[in-house]
Design a protein around this ligand. Structure first.
Ligand SMILES: Nc1nc2c(ncn2[C@@H]2O[C@H](COP(=O)(O)OP(=O)(O)O)[C@@H](O)[C@H]2O)c(=O)[nH]1
Ligand SMILES: [Mg+2]
Length: 465
């Protein structure tokens, strides 16, 4: 099987030339600012480049209104099983029986009849009140209702175990509601928007809010899924003028007005029952698959680290012995093809030597283009100088830089391989478009002063003999 190695540099061209421009125009000033100034400049360049990529992605991406099929859910379950089996082979002593059982359980859930409906929303919007009414209306043991309070205050949106969500609002849709609903939409989580306490508005205002919310949500749900209710309308004050001239006043409580919601609910339960269950199964399957994958990733990561370390010290020794190493050479040393191939073995990405070499050259060029060679050399150089480490033999800076870059490249490769499909037969070519982003992530994680300092401390003993 032949694999084609794509060069990502062309794809990322615009962003990289921007960084290079930024770097060459400002490096003079930045160098005077100090070692971390340059670091921030490159981060900024990378940041802008990736931010622009992300912007493009979110605006182009259509909202996922595509419907789930039973097959697509079964596919996720199968992928989960594949990961579990791989896990079982690579780490036989890990107990995966609970995982397996949960996945098997999912496969039995396609015909589930019981449904859970969650009432979500901020405090005091009428969740408990509405729940009581619905409970009385749907006296079936096939339906259960749960209440979810204030899920929108938290930064991370919690998983809600429900087949259908009724999101209650009492006015305009806020940003956090919007984020929550987008997440629902991505997760195939069906929801209905309930505009409760409609009695608090005059009819014109009410119509305006409804219209606006329908407009905002039109890419996700039908207009008829945005419904105004009054779960507990305010009591009306009645005033009567008696014939004898006195005025009698009393309050009259109003019955709940949720008929439109009940009608919609009945229809959804009748027509979409299967889809509601599929949505829940899909979310559970994805979650299980991700847990299994995280397990596998951490096992492989543990195997990958010693290999990266081995090559980083080999790279250091090479650069130390060859202190005149040019930037190009540094980058080459930094990502030996053998490291690429060895890591590929751990991640079951079988690469021939020439493929490994091509990949390592590509990564090397990318590291150079991103300015990471100059960056690490300068950072490490000034650290050694500022800390009066006197035995700076000619190649010390290059050696530590080579080791540092090797580590960066190795860790980026690990992240990259982790994202690849487990199903080997499906891989036709190596797509490196995501690679610049991986390097950035790893770089961001490893650029902190203390981490670099620790690294230098670790590296020095390797150079003393
Ligand atoms: N005016 C008006 N008040 C309502 C309506 N629904 C609920 N309420 C009142 O809002 C308050 C909070 O209701 P509750 O159900 O406890 O809200 P929760 O915190 O979301 O569970 C209570 O005093 C309810 O009587 C409504 O449709 N109109
Ligand atoms: Mg409540």
């Amino acid at each position: 099987m032949k694999k084609k190695v794509n060069k990502p540099i062309l794809v990322a061209g615009v962003g990289i030339s921007f960084i290079l421009w930024f770097y060459t125009s400002f490096s003079q000033q930045i160098l005077e600012v100090g070692e971390w100034g340059l670091l921030s400049a490159v981060s900024l360049g990378l940041g802008i480049f990736l931010w622009r990529q992300e912007q493009k992605e979110t605006t182009n991406k259509p909202l996922s209104i595509t419907r789930l099929t039973e097959q697509s859910v079964r596919d996720v379950i199968l992928q989960g099983e594949l990961i579990l089996n791989t896990l079982g082979t690579e780490k036989p002593d890990r107990d995966i029986s609970v995982f397996k059982q949960q996945l098997t359980q999912l496969s039995l859930g396609f015909d589930r009849q019981e449904l859970t409906i969650a009432l979500a929303g901020d405090k005091k919007v009428g969740k408990t009140t509405l729940k009581k009414i619905l409970l009385a209306q749907y006296l079936s043991n096939e339906l259960s209702f749960i209440e979810i309070e204030s899920v929108f205050k938290e930064t991370k949106i919690p998983e809600i175990k429900a087949d259908l969500i009724l999101l209650l609002i009492t006015g305009d849709l806020t940003n956090s509601h919007w984020r929550f609903l987008q997440k629902c939409n991505q997760d195939h989580q069906r929801f209905i928007l309930v505009f409760n306490k409609k009695d608090q508005y005059i009819p014109e205002e009410r119509a305006l809010i409804l219209e606006q919310v329908r407009q905002q949500l039109k890419s996700m749900i039908a207009p008829s899924d945005v419904i105004a209710t009054s779960a507990a309308p305010q009591a009306l004050k009645v005033r009567q003028h008696e014939e004898n001239g006195t005025i009698r006043e009393w309050t009259e409580s109003q019955p709940p007005d949720i008929n439109l919601l009940s009608d919609r609910l009945n229809l959804v339960l009748e027509l979409e029952r299967k889809m509601l269950v599929l949505g829940s199964l899909w979310r559970e399957a994805v979650s299980l698959k991700q847990q299994a994958k995280a397990n596998l990733d951490s096992i492989r990561h543990d195997c990958a680290l010693p290999i990266i370390e081995k090559y980083q010290w080999i790279a250091a020794a090479g650069a130390f012995a060859n202190p005149v190493a040019a930037l190009d050479l540094l980058a080459m040393v930094a990502i030996s093809s053998q490291l690429v191939i060895d890591l590929g073995v751990i991640y079951k990405q079988k690469l021939s030597f020439s493929q490994g070499k091509a990949l390592s050259v590509t990564i090397g060029k990318l590291i150079v283009k991103l300015g990471l060679v100059e960056l690490s050399t300068q950072t490490i150089g000034s650290f050694l100088k500022n800390n009066a480490i006197t035995y700076i033999a000619g190649g010390t800076v290059q050696a530590i830089s080579a080791a540092y870059l090797t580590r960066l490249a190795g860790l980026s490769l690990v992240e990259y391989f982790q994202d690849q499909d487990l199903n080997l037969s499906a891989i036709e070519e190596i797509d490196l478009t995501q690679f610049p982003q991986k390097i950035r992530q790893v770089f961001e994680k490893n650029k902190r002063t203390t981490l670099v300092q620790n690294f230098i401390q670790q590296a020095l003993p390797h150079l003393s003999n």
